[in-house]
Design a protein around this ligand. Structure first.
Ligand SMILES: *Cc1c(COP(=O)(O)O)cnc(C)c1O
Length: 386
């Protein structure tokens, strides 16, 4: 058994050590962390539904109706009426024949890639894809090729000569950069090569497109263009879980083959009951998307005036690039001293030399919150750190 201490120390020395904070109270832009009230810009609760009273009430009523645990896997006796109703509503919301729930987005990605690709097949992934898409590709046993970020010409070059089934997987909105994938071009490339296109829209659903229908709606694409859609429920919809949506046959194949679906307990039905309400609110309350867009505009205008190193993103994910991990940590600590919480994102979550503050907005932030953030960002030390 090796000594683990030197590895841990090396992480500390390289400013890569990660820690958890203890948060008290209800989710929202202002949270109590380690006993202190902080203004937070780090969650993926884009529409502000994680702490919504109606969603919380639905979960309480779900517990009263169904009890707490589902008691079994979906294919045994764990598939409860609330799960089933939510699947039907997710299919309708995404305009697809069918959807199947997963416990988490991480598991959905492992499951669907494993169901569609295996030894002898090829999976192609954008270099900045979420870790779960990378892990899903590796676990599938298929040949795994990564292409330069958002570069369909690079994808084309990699696809030439690949054998077996071909699956191209991409984030819809890139989780750490906030940019939208070049979906219409990816659709064309996949058509040309007879490849599956799979979009993980964890950060687009609820936020982009008409009624929050996500990056595909935003780009005018449907089932015929993108046969495999993965969505998560723990972000804009405010609850927990994930789903895969597509044709009857695709969803049935996932149910038959996806090991992270088959060999795990179904999530608590009350979570599905809460998500049904979260989904309804997300679709109906357009003001949340309008408010988000206004906050993003205000932030970007202010950041440009201050010449802050922001990226080219129009979504509520607005990274401020520090480059080195040490500077990202230093910035995060500086903000914290003024009561503002923005987590530093460092390698390997982002490529070396691109550590950043990942600023995110929620529909429950106020304009005054954005101004406070800009003030604090303008006071950060910009020079090199030793
Ligand atoms: C958050 C996220 C996931 C994982 O979803 P969980 O439900 O949190 O496991 C998958 N893909 C992307 C792009 C994500 O941002």
């Amino acid at each position: 058994m090796r000594d683990l201490a030197p590895d841990l120390q090396r992480r500390r020395d390289e400013a890569l050590y990660r820690t958890r904070r203890v948060v008290q109270g209800r989710a929202g832009p202002e949270i109590v962390v380690d006993g202190e009230r902080m203004l937070a810009f780090c969650s993926n609760d884009y529409l502000g539904l994680a702490g919504d009273a109606r969603v919380a009430d639905a979960m309480v009523r779900g517990v009263e109706t169904y009890g707490v645990g589902s008691g079994a896997a979906h294919l045994v006796t764990g598939h409860v009426a609330a799960h089933h109703a939510l699947e039907e509503e997710l299919a309708e919301f995404t305009g697809r024949p069918r959807a199947v729930l997963f416990s988490t987005g991480y598991m959905a990605n492992l499951g669907v890639i494993g169901a569609l690709a295996g030894r002898g097949d090829s999976v192609f992934a954008d270099r900045l894809n979420h870790a779960s898409l990378i892990d899903g590709a590796l676990l599938s046993g298929a040949r795994f090729r990564r292409y330069a970020h958002a570069d369909t010409a690079a994808l084309e070059a990699r696809m030439a000569g690949a054998g077996g089934e071909r699956l191209v997987a991409t984030d819809g909105v890139f989780s750490m950069d906030g940019d939208v994938a070049p979906l219409p071009d990816l659709v064309k490339t996949c058509r040309r090569h007879g490849a599956w296109l799979m979009v993980d829209d964890a950060h687009g659903l609820g936020v982009l497109g008409d009624g929050g229908r996500g990056s595909l709606a935003h780009s005018g694409l449907g089932l015929d263009d993108v046969p495999v859609l993965v969505g998560t429920l723990g972000k804009a919809f405010g609850t927990f879980g994930a789903f895969v949506a597509g044709s009857e046959d695709l969803v049935e194949m996932v149910i038959q083959r996806a090991r992270p679906y088959i060999y795990t307990t179904a999530p608590p039905p009350s979570v599905a009951a809460a998500t049904r309400v979260g989904l309804r609110i997300a679709a109906a309350e357009q003001w949340r998307r309008e408010k988000l867009a206004a906050l993003v505009r205000r932030f970007r205008d202010g950041a440009r005036q201050l010449a802050l190193p922001i990226m080219d993103s129009q979504t509520p994910i607005q990274p401020v690039v520090a480059e080195s991990a040490a500077r990202a940590i230093n910035w995060s600590r500086n903000l914290e001293a003024s009561g503002i919480l923005v987590t530093a994102i460092r390698p390997p979550t982002v490529p070396d030399g691109s550590a950043r503050l990942r600023v995110t907005f929620s529909a429950l932030h106020e304009e005054a919150h954005v101004d406070r953030l800009l003030d604090a960002l303008s006071a950060l030390p910009r020079g090199d750190l030793a």
